[in-house]
Design a protein around this ligand. Structure first.
Ligand SMILES: Cc1ncc(COP(=O)(O)O)c(C=O)c1O
Length: 392
């Protein structure tokens, strides 16, 4: 075998696969409405782009500190203090090429062969694959829209073994948009408070929340929890900077320095130019964040009420992120549409609307619809979905 066992055991990201298929169809002239995308459709704000241009012109184009520039890590520390009530020194912060790399580095640094990592389904597609690459074992706690796609403390207690190393939380969540309140986190994390189980808290969608929902960081619960938590965040979703590849992690110094050691032998520092831009994003005007949030809220309200009005669909109204995760299992039959993949294919063929099947996120019976596209596309897209569903 040429390819290593651990890489043979993982698959190409299904969301990336879906996006690539849509691009291919669009290139071939098909008028597809793409509701698969996991990135804001807005441009990166001009002040951030200007900071990058300045960095380039000032020849800020060399290697930086492996963990990120001290200026950026200080700005991140300030952000974490002001937004999340978390006090970290720059040595407890690492900047990487996207939140994804931070998560990967954290899992590589924490998980030993055979260690168990708890995630709830529906999950972000990369978590289980990253655990596989670390030769750990993913333990899935299924959730449904009935309990708001949240893990019940009792369900967490039931899966803990002596091999449990890590609990991954994603709030607000991709793909469901669900988010835990402070009280819910308190109850859930209370189950593992007196254990050595660590927490990876993925907060990449923290700026995309609705209806005055107050985001709360797991690490801010208490010092004990903070001492076992790695908080993940980044610029992709908040500042529309997906292509810049800039994310960061904050946590106990021994874990952050282990992640730094790992990074020093894999990618090294993230792009110097992106770091200069990221510094401006955190320290410059923040109006664009609120403008984007409001627009996402408008789209969520529209799309949610449209989907909920379709006979047979039930859809959780999420607190954050830019996805809806409707339950479409009422349309399954023993003939043409047996599962979420069949339904996604039906929507693509019949309606020319691209969505991601729920099974990609470990949850059969659902599809993920991104509303990170124009209102015009959403209006047209939902109309086409209604028509295609009527034909089943
Ligand atoms: C839950 C979640 N975590 C992490 C990431 C990765 O973000 P980044 O672009 O910063 O690598 C994504 C991107 O879709 C995500 O949805």
């Amino acid at each position: 075998m040429v390819i290593s066992k651990k890489v043979r055991e993982i698959s190409l990201s299904p969301t990336m696969k879906a996006a690539a298929l849509v691009k291919e169809l669009q290139t071939n002239g098909e008028e597809i409405i793409d509701l698969t995308v996991g990135e804001p459709d807005f441009s990166t704000p001009q002040n951030i782009k200007n900071a990058a241009i300045l960095a380039l012109n000032n020849n800020f184009t060399k290697y930086t500190n492996n963990a990120g520039t001290i200026e950026l890590r200080k700005a991140i520390a300030k952000k974490l203090e002001l937004d999340n009530g978390l006090i970290y020194s720059p040595e407890e912060i690492i900047v990487s090429a996207g939140a994804k790399q931070c998560i990967y580095n954290a899992i590589q640094s924490l998980v030993c062969i055979g260690d168990e990592v708890i995630v709830s389904s529906p999950y972000y597609v990369s978590y289980p694959e990253m655990v596989t690459l670390a030769q750990g074992k993913t333990i899935v706690i299924p959730t449904t829209e009935i309990n708001g796609f949240k893990i019940k403390p009792q369900s967490l207690a039931e899966v803990i073994t002596e091999k449990t190393k890590l609990l991954i939380l994603c709030s607000p969540c991709n793909p469901t948009g669900t988010a835990y309140t402070k009280e819910e986190l308190q109850e859930l994390i209370g189950v593992i408070e007196n254990t050595n189980i660590h927490i990876l808290s993925d907060e990449i969608y923290e700026k995309v929340v609705y209806d005055d929902f107050r985001v709360f960081s797991a690490a801010a619960l208490n010092e004990k929890t903070k001492s076992k938590t790695v908080t993940i965040n980044g610029h992709s979703k908040s500042y529309s900077m997906t292509g810049w590849r800039l994310g960061y992690a904050a946590g106990p110094q021994h874990i952050i320095s282990a992640m730094g050691k790992y990074q020093s032998h894999s990618t090294g520092n993230p792009s110097s130019i992106s770091q200069a831009a990221a510094l401006e994003a955190l320290t410059g005007q923040q109006e664009s964040v609120e403008t984007a949030r409001k627009e996402f809220e408008r789209r969520r309200n529209f799309l949610h009420s449209e989907l909920a009005s379709i006979n047979g669909i039930t859809c959780y109204k999420p607190e954050g992120a830019f996805y809806l995760f409707p339950n479409i299992s009422a349309f399954f039959n023993s003939n043409t549409i047996k599962n979420s993949t069949d339904l996604a294919i039906h929507l693509l063929n019949t309606a020319k609307v691209a969505v991601v099947p729920g099974i990609a996120f470990g949850a059969e019976g659902y599809i993920r619809i991104s509303y990170s596209t124009s209102m015009e596309n959403l209006i047209e897209g939902v109309e086409r979905i209604k028509n295609a569903i009527e034909k089943i």
